[in-house]
Design a protein around this ligand. Structure first.
Ligand code: PEP
Ligand code: MN
Length: 346
């Protein structure tokens, strides 16, 4: 990882660095963090001479050699001070960053989604979620609908809140990027789909879209989870948030095995914000508050929670696990006031 003295290398400087890397069969990837650029060396980089020559250039601050399978995600990397921003908000800085909204947008009932969006804004949610395309276990269940994208775009327009939409393939990714979706969600089923992760990283590299990467449900080890995020960052998009959402096998009575306890480990090994999803973890509206408080206690920067004005009229997971906007407001206050040394209570 190459860190320049200035915010960015000048074109002639980059050319010189690339020239040295090429002599050793390596190439250079520019990673445009929002504060500054860092440059990853791709290829077999075990060339001490290459490192010394690049490090000796007058405009280079340092060259890090990190022995890790996730050298960009590693908290010792040049991205260690990278901050994921959503509009003006720094994720997790002054308060837990809350993403809320239904599991699934019902295209036959746009007003239910819009009503939910406004009610969530009212109680202090920072971003709206909503499934446009759905990964369903049963192939005959509702699979999603392109029209739902227009509904969540309308909600963004009306509320001014950023939006989070799951994408599962290149076509959906293309549509989401054309719509400038603020957060591209990678669900647990695709969390280890490396071609999709690379494609998302590559296609979102020059955009303002961040990525919420869920943890693979088959108990992806913390390092496997971090390495999956590395795929996205290595293609040029460092705006990644890690989302534990429960793993299998489930704890009897819950939908999955709650895994918010992995948070401090992720935060210790990486610089990325951790946004826990308690809804899919426990899978029942009654347990979402406890799981959210636990996640914040473990140091999570945010929460992604399913919420609906009338969960029983929702589709997908909403009847089981969505909480009402009123409960969401109480949850947000409870999370802030339980940790008064960390957050302003407001
Ligand atoms: C969702 O967020 O509705 C979803 C399908 O999540 P997961 O991938 O965690 O199951
Ligand atoms: Mn869901």
């Amino acid at each position: 990882m190459i860190i320049p003295k200035a915010e960015k290398l000048q074109p002639a400087e980059l050319k010189e660095v690339e020239g040295i890397a090429q002599e050793f069969d390596c190439s250079i990837l520019e990673i445009d963090g929002r504060n500054r650029c860092v440059y990853a060396i791709l290829g077999n980089e075990n060339h001490a001479v290459m490192f010394k020559r690049i490090a000796g250039l007058p405009y280079i601050r340092k060259v890090d050699m990190i022995e890790s399978s996730y050298k960009l995600m590693d908290r010792r990397s040049g991205l260690s001070d990278h901050i994921v921003r959503m509009g003006e908000t720094e994720v997790g800085k002054d308060a837990p960053f809350i993403i809320g909204g239904p599991c699934t947008i019902d295209p036959a009932n746009p007003s239910l989604y819009l009503e939910t969006a406004h009610a969530l804004k009212e109680v202090g949610v920072d971003a709206l979620r909503g499934g446009v395309w759905k990964p369903r276990t049963n192939p005959y269940s509702y699979q999603g609908d392109n029209n739902a994208l227009d509904i969540i775009l309308q909600a963004r327009e009306e509320t001014g809140l950023p939006i989070d939409v799951e994408v599962m393939d290149a076509e959906q990714l293309q549509l989401a990027l054309e719509a400038k979706v603020d957060v591209l969600q990678v669900g647990t089923r695709n969390a280890l789909n490396y071609s999709l992760l690379k494609q998302i990283g590559r296609m979102s590299a020059e955009t303002n879209s961040a990525v919420l990467l869920k943890r693979g449900r088959h108990m992806a080890s913390p390092d496997e989870f971090i390495a999956a995020a590395e795929y996205i960052v290595a293609e040029g998009n460092p705006d990644v948030m890690l989302c534990p959402r429960g793993t299998t096998p489930a704890l009897d009575g819950y939908r999955n095995h709650p895994d918010e306890s992995v948070t401090p480990l992720l935060k210790n090994r990486t610089w990325a914000p951790v946004v826990v999803d308690p809804s899919h973890s426990v899978g029942h509206a009654d347990y979402v508050l406890a799981c959210s408080l636990a996640a914040i206690a473990y140091g999570a920067d945010g929460l992604c929670i399913e919420s609906h004005v009338d969960p029983q009229r929702g589709i997908g997971d909403d009847p089981k696990q969505a909480i009402t906007p009123q409960k969401m407001g109480e949850l947000i206050q409870a999370c802030r006031s339980a940790f008064p040394n960390r957050y302003k209570v407001g």
